[in-house]
Design a protein around this ligand. Structure first.
Ligand code: HAM
Length: 422
């Protein structure tokens, strides 16, 4: 038997209904906040992610699915959505659109060659937003609030918003120097990766999964102490706008994020539901004011976040949130002989065209097992056909809950169902 690749999933049945509901809520909230949907390729040139996500990140160094295509091009399955959206923004000259800022959202699969564990998959689905062309701190607050509203609308209660600032380039350079000075004497106590990170991007050490609990990391200098005046003020503005939007948050100086492109605001939203496990970050994001330029576009600020739908669905399950998922059908049409069957097929088709959720039998079932099948599908009404009624131009309609039966004229069946179901 051929089985699915490690770290990937088949989603179907009830679970798929949950996913579809979540995706509908995402679309709905994005519409309210005026974000336009974008779909970019699942594969892009490898160079995009090296220059976009960053050479010093685990995602690019260890986790990409790379391949050479038949035309000898070096390609990569996207490990995240931001680089592709920014590439598209530049390629399609969206910076020239009079409608600024450009507010985009996406929903799609990403690929990371990680060690599979709960909440850490190799094929993952993210929805996310990117706002390009705006550095007003108010938009930082809006982006965070989009994620929060989606979680709220879904009925998720246990979430915590954590924010931090990585400041501007000057602040980060000062902080980087302070970190190098601090970590250098401990270099041999750090894991191999962190020894490498100290040379390339010492901020990444703070994000290390191996050394996370070490006292050396816990006592390291914090970014907030190295923000220059301008960056500090900007961070205060973001917090002020979050207050204006009534979003609860806490400042967590440990949030540095695992991608190279961030500056100023960074944030993560955690699931706080009990027993969720270690991979509890539902959404993460931040500002990236140099990424567009790094990818050869005009200087353009940007900010966004992405949320792993798999983790979000698991949080909803763990919290036992009841979602308004319809697991019923409106009508099941039952019949016995061939003429009734033809009538049943035409009626089923007609009712479906009129917007009802309808099923009939295709398995040659006895009448008794058609009743059972209707129950399995949670049919609200049964239409039980027989020749004599049909000759008289009517049909038996049974309310499957009260078990009441009514004789309904053929010409009035739509109105009857409409009246009783809607
Ligand atoms: P990220 O933090 O790498 O950020 O991923 C965002 C979210 O995707 C995580 O919080 C998590 O819910 C989910 N996720 C990531 N990796 C996995 C995995 N292996 N298995 C399951 N879920 C996962 C980004 O991807 C940035 N592009 C976010 C962003 C957008 N920043 C600015 N704009």
């Amino acid at each position: 038997m051929i089985v699915k690749p490690k770290g990937s999933y088949d989603i179907y049945g009830h679970e798929m209904k949950v996913w579809q509901y979540v995706e509908r809520v995402v679309d709905e909230v994005m519409e309210r906040y005026n974000y336009g949907k974008i779909r970019t390729p699942i594969f892009e040139s490898t160079e995009l992610f090296h220059r976009g996500v960053g050479d010093s990140t685990d995602i690019v160094n260890k986790e990409t699915y790379d391949f050479v295509d038949r035309g000898n091009r070096q390609m990569t399955l996207r490990p995240e959505g931001t680089a592709g959206v920014v590439r598209s923004f530049i390629e399609n000259k969206m910076y020239g659109d009079p409608n600024q800022p450009v507010k985009l959202y996406y929903n799609g699969t990403m690929y990371r060659y990680e060690r599979p564990q709960s909440g850490r998959d190799r094929e993952l689905t993210q929805f996310g937003v990117e706002v390009l062309g705006c550095d007003d701190p108010a938009i930082d607050a809006e982006v965070i609030s989009v994620a929060v509203q989606i979680f709220k609308l879904l009925g998720l209660k246990g979430v915590k918003v954590k924010i931090n600032s990585l400041g501007d380039t000057e602040s980060r350079n000062n902080y980087r120097e302070a970190l190098i000075k601090y970590f250098e004497p401990f270099i041999n106590d750090l894991c191999e990766d962190c020894q490498e990170r100290l040379k390339k991007n010492p901020l990444r050490i703070l994000d290390c999964k191996v050394d996370a609990e070490s006292e050396i990391i816990k006592n390291a200098p914090i970014m907030l102490d190295y923000l220059n005046e301008e960056s500090k003020n900007r961070f205060m503005d973001v917090q002020n706008y979050l207050d204006v939007l009534d979003i609860d948050y806490e400042v967590d100086p440990k949030i540095v994020r695992g991608l190279d492109y961030y500056s100023h605001t960074v944030f993560e939203i955690e699931a706080t539901v009990k027993d969720f496990g270690a991979n509890n970050v539902l959404a993460g994001g931040g500002r990236y004011d140099t990424l567009v330029e790094n990818l050869d576009g005009p200087k353009t600020p940007g900010i966004g976040f992405a949320c792993g739908i798999g983790r979000l669905v698991r949080a909803l399950e763990k919290e036992e949130v009841r979602l308004p998922i319809n697991e019923t059908i409106d009508v099941f049409v039952l019949y016995v002989n061939k003429t009734e069957k033809e009538y049943a097929l035409a009626l089923t088709q007609d009712l479906r065209l009129n917007g009802f959720r309808v099923e009939t039998d295709y398995m040659n079932r006895s009448l008794k097992s058609q009743f059972k099948q209707a129950d399995r599908l949670n049919a609200k009404y049964l239409i039980i056909l027989n020749d004599e009624d049909l000759v008289a131009g009517e049909m038996q309609v049974k309310d499957n809950l009260t078990k009441e039966v009514a004789m309904v004229k053929e010409a009035e069946i739509d109105d009857y169902l409409d009246l009783n179901l809607r």
